[in-house]
Design a protein around this ligand. Structure first.
Ligand code: ZN
Length: 386
């Protein structure tokens, strides 16, 4: 679907305006107005910023799904586990966040009313003496309103996630990591001509992924790539997340190279799941921090820091997941380094070190830049012989 943007008109634009007006992001206009105006674009940008989406002022597939889900306010409809198409919406996400705050294990607040959410609601209903059917209707809503505000919790779900992660032990052997080279096939990502050469984000991301695959496999991990070097079809973030979940990975790392109209923009940034109101994946946040710091320390790329986003790729993956934007292809300085295979090896070593540190208990963590990944391989080899 082509993104709907400024200058477009039609019923879809009217629909978008109605939703934005309902969110108080746009002043309601005449009913017959169906033009995507400057004010509409501004409202879309604000919405994207609030939801942690890429801010471009256009309504593409991901923004549309977020807008569609945003129509629902908690309490406006009865929520229940629908099979096979689960209910999705902002109301589900609000409910999940409230349940999480009260200590119920609904998993991640992903806005999808699945089995785990229904189970938690049923448990809550039993505890407050409401008919336990796993659906959230008026009675359950009343109970939630009565109790919801009294309970102040930490972030129990992420503590649980963190515990499970630590309990899996410091050894990399046998753990499964999903490496996701961005773009690919019909979608080359950022493309920059360089003399007679032509560098594309998709190719560089694949090269990094393939190098990483080799290193992590040598350290004893099971490694899966989400795509080959030249896929025939474009792979959506949704498909990548589903693939990672089906494989049952322990960690997920998506590799991208950034680009910007301003050639001065440069540096590395890492993204993990989180929302503006402080709901975050502690384990994902830690992985992002380690990846970011190791890359900055080992390569000297400018530190553009870590950021919380609710992108589908990060939200729907069930394991700790990060996306790294390794430098800017549009920056002459970054490009010169990215196109050097030795530099790409440094990036890969940094990621391997970060992955290893993820599995050390926090009190045994080592300083950034201190892990020699060659030593790691020797240790694995020694372990195999013993
Ligand atoms: Zn990209």
């Amino acid at each position: 679907m082509r993104p709907i943007r400024r200058g477009d008109r039609g019923p879809a634009v009217r629909e978008i305006c109605t939703i934005l007006a309902g969110l108080d992001l746009l002043v309601a206009r005449r009913d017959d107005s169906d033009e995507f105006e400057a004010a509409t674009e501004h409202a879309v940008r604000t919405f994207q910023q609030l939801r942690g989406l890429s801010v471009d002022g256009q309504v593409g597939a991901e923004t549309w799904r977020a807008l569609d889900a945003a129509r629902w306010r908690l309490g406006a409809r009865t929520l229940y586990q629908a099979i096979p198409d689960p209910l999705v919406g902002e109301d589900v996400r609000t409910l999940q966040e409230r349940m999480l705050e009260m200590g119920y294990d609904v998993g991640r607040a992903d806005g999808v009313y699945g089995a785990r959410t229904a189970r938690s609601v049923a448990q809550f209903q039993r505890e407050v003496g409401v008919t336990s059917d796993g659906a959230c209707g008026p009675h359950t809503m009343n109970a939630l309103r009565r109790l919801g505000r009294k309970v102040i919790g930490g972030r129990p779900q992420w503590l649980r996630e963190s515990d499970a992660f630590q309990q899996s032990g410091p050894d990399l052997v046998g753990k499964m990591i999903i490496i996701d080279p961005g773009h690919g096939g019909p979608d080359p990502g950022f493309v920059v001509p360089d003399g007679t050469l032509r560098w594309s984000e998709a190719e560089l991301a694949y090269d990094l992924a393939a190098r990483l695959e080799g290193r992590l496999a040598a350290a004893g991990m099971r490694v899966h790539l989400t795509r080959g070097p030249a896929p025939t079809a474009q792979l959506t973030d949704l498909a990548r997340a589903h693939l990672a979940n089906e494989l049952g990975g322990d960690l997920f790392i998506s590799l991208h190279i950034d680009g910007h109209a301003n050639p001065e923009a440069d540096g590395v940034a890492t993204y993990h799941y989180g929302t503006d109101n402080g709901v975050t994946s502690t384990v994902g946040e830690r992985l992002a921090g380690l990846v970011q710091r190791e890359i900055v320390m080992r390569t000297g790329l400018r530190d553009c820091q870590t950021h919380a986003k609710t992108w589908e790729l990060l939200r729907l993956t069930r394991m700790p997941a990060v996306r790294v934007e390794v430098g800017y292809l549009t920056s002459a300085r970054d490009r010169e380094r990215l196109t050097n295979p030795l530099f790409r090896d440094q990036v890969v070593e940094a990621v391997v070190a970060a992955v290893q540190r993820m599995y050390y208990p926090v009190d045994q963590d080592v300083p950034t830049g201190s892990i020699d990944v060659r030593e790691l391989r020797a240790m694995v080899a020694a372990g195999a012989r013993a």
